[in-house]
Each structure stands twice: as C-alpha cells, then as structure tokens.
Write a protein that binds this ligand. Structure first.
Ligand code: ATP
Length: 214
C-alpha cells in the first residue's frame, strides 16, 4: 500500500510519516533536504535557482516513484509480506504547487516552466496515485511556529507571502484532487508529536478512511 502525506512547509509531514512508520512498521520515503545542493541557494535567490531546484526535486521524487512501483509489484506477486510505504510529499505538489507558484510569482521564466511541465507530464504518466492521500492543513501562524521551532537557518527567510501563496495553491490542489481517497487533517488545534491522544485520533481517522476503501 502507498500512503502519501501532503502539506505546506512546516505542516508536520515528516513527523507524522515517522510516527506512522514506527506505529505500523511502514517504510518512510523522505524528501531530499540533507545534501540538497540547491535548497539554501534557492531561498537566497529564487529566480536564479528555481528551475535547478525544481528539476532536482522532480528527479528525487521520481526515484521514490520507482521504489513505490517496485514495492507494489512485489506486493502483487505475494512472494513477500505485504509492504506499506509512506511518502513525505508527492510529485504532484512539486508541479501543481511549488513550480506553479514560482511561475505565477515571476520567479520562474515561462520557457523554464513549460520545459519543467513537459518533463513532469512525462513522468506523471508513469505514476500511480497513492492509495490514500493525507492533507495536513495548517494556518500561516502554525506553519511559522513550526518552521521557527525546526530552526533550519535557510528557511528563516521564507516570507509570509510565499507561505500564503503555497497555502492557496494547496487548497486548490486538494479541492480538485480526484486521483483517489483523500483525508484532510486540521493540524492547527492538535499536536500529534507531543500529545498521544491527538496521535490516536489521527490513527482513528486514517484507519476509518482505509477501511472505507477496502
Ligand atoms: N518542489 C519544491 N520546490 C521548492 N521547495 C521545495 C519543493 N519541495 C520541497 N521544498 C522545500 O524543501 C524543504 C523540505 O523540507 P521537509 O522535508 O522538512 O518538509 P517540509 O515541507 O518543511 O514539511 P514538514 O515540516 O511538513 O515535514 C522545505 O524547505 C520545502 O519547502
């Protein structure tokens, strides 16, 4: 099975993915942050590094897609124990949210966006959507608080406008998402990392959604 977690910067995807993996024994596919050769430069100068960073993320996400396809094929042959993978952000978000935002805000040239999009469309034609997409919805203050708490130096310069624009595109993405089951979790009022009762409630929501699909 393939579970994906979607949401803005600082929404808590990595934390939830880790907690779910620990609870259920799932494998986590992380986003490429450590060792990402563009991210810090990108936050310093978006127009210069936008295209480079998007191609980098697209490629790393495609490597995850290949891993997911391998797992699904192994699950189908039934030779091994069924394996579930939880993915920290999807390839769809790179194109529909991050790259689009850069283009709309003038930080990515039209020809670069067109080239990027053609590459994405080719890759996306091979992608099977997740069995469950979990959207972590968080307000600007909550995102800010978590970005600050995490303390990555290069993320401290992220503007409110950037996060607001991403949140708007996330809401559009989720509103039109029809590729499969979608669960929306409102994270403003909960702290699943610190409060076990909140984590249990999230588990119940996920299990209820998964049992509806089988
Ligand atoms: N396609 C993309 N374009 C631009 N920046 C991206 C893209 N994908 C990821 N990023 C950035 O890479 C970093 C990823 O960090 P990380 O994996 O910790 O996730 P996150 O988005 O901060 O979410 P969370 O806190 O929910 O785990 C963030 O700064 C994020 O904005």
């Amino acid at each position: 099975m393939h579970i994906a977690i979607t949401g803005n910067i600082g929404a808590g995807k990595t934390t939830l993915a880790e907690q779910l993996a620990e609870h259920y024994g799932w494998e986590v596919l992380y986003e490429a942050v450590e060792g990402n050769p563009y991210l810090a430069d990108f936050y310093r100068d978006m127009p210069r590094w936008a295209f480079n960073l998007q191609v980098y993320f697209l490629n790393s996400r495609f490597a995850q897609v290949k891993r997911i396809i391998d797992i699904q094929q192994a699950n189908q042959t039934g030779q091994k124990q069924p394996h579930t993978v939880v993915q920290d952000r999807t390839i769809y978000e790179d194109a529909a949210i991050f790259a689009r935002n850069l283009y709309q805000s003038g930080d990515m040239l039209e020809r670069d966006f067109t080239t990027y999009h053609a590459l994405f469309a080719n890759m996306a034609s091979l992608v099977r959507p997740p069995d469950l997409m979990i959207y972590l919805r968080a307000s600007l203050p909550k995102l800010r608080q978590q970005i600050q708490k995490r303390g990555r130096s290069f993320e401290q310069s992220i503007s409110d406008d950037y996060l607001i624009n991403l949140n708007r595109l996330y809401e559009e993405f989720v509103a039109s998402y029809q590729l499969g089951p979608l669960l929306i979790i409102e994270v403003d009022a909960i702290d699943f990392a610190k409060n076990p009762a909140d984590f249990t409630q999230v588990l119940h929501q996920i299990e209820a959604q998964l049992s509806r699909e089988v």
